[in-house]
Ligand binder design. Sequence first.
Ligand code: 8YV
Length: 330
Amino acid sequence: MKPAVLVARRIFPEAMARLAEHFDVSGNPDDEVWPKEELIRRLQGKAGVFVTGSEKIDAALIAACPDLRAVCTMAVGYNNIDVDACTAAGVLVSNAPDVLTETTADFGFALMMAAARRITESEHFLRRGEWNSWSVDMFAGADVHGATLGVLGMGRIGQAIARRGALGFGMNVIYHNRSRLSEADEAAVRARYVDKDELLETADHVVIVVPYSPAAHHLIGAAELRRMKPTATLTNVGRGGVVDDAALAAALRDRTIAAAGLDVFENEPALHPDLLTVPNVVLTPHIASSSLPTRRAMADLAIDNLIAVLAGGRGARPPTPINPQVLAGR
Ligand code: 8YV
């Protein structure tokens, strides 16, 4: 008998077909996540669950789903999963790193450039039919080439953004991270470590790629925004909640900083209403990893993990486990 697996949200038909080769699979046909009670009900008798970045897999859910042995997310971020509760219950958790690094870095760079060069703001001006003549400072923005790029959060995606800045755009790259890179890694991405205040005060463009954790909540708030140059931009492709969205909207309105590019939000998919009224922010709906090949690779990696844990036989190792210690107990 094949192990039973639940797919908590609509995914590609090809991914469902691949799962069906190995599992007795049932899925959510919709993009909406199920309410918690319904998710728990549907998880009864399931050995594995395929999730994305939004379903709350908390201690209560784990306690209510005693058959569960694997929680595999197609996201790299896993702040929606209580890993400690999973570990205590012997449930393997995996995420999907690496496969989305370059795509997400491309998008982060694009958002930063769009904010710096005022691309969506000027497009809206065109769409409103307001372009009547040339003017010397029309939508004059900030340069990206040769500017100072400050990367906050120097994991895989941060390093990929730093490389783009240094090698592609001749930027002076500084970074801040909980831990410093090795000398060799710093040399590879041509980035110099600074403290957070120096990064905020010196960068022309700050790009945030910090995962969410309670310690990172509002890492950037009103006080941090005041440290930045009035000509600077702030881009966030990490996680909502790392930036205080109300404080950022106020800083954009008051021109404390020049512009922002945001792909992630505190209460997404709901946006802070003030962000919708300031013109100098580029807003996208959490799509930084969304190229088709990358989303397919993310889904495949989650499936690889499910197969290894639930159908791989003795000794099969999931490729990207978060809590591999639970495997030792099996
Ligand atoms: C996902 C992300 O699109 O991987 C992550 O952590 O934020 C995005 O790439 C999202 O979480 C859905 O899986």
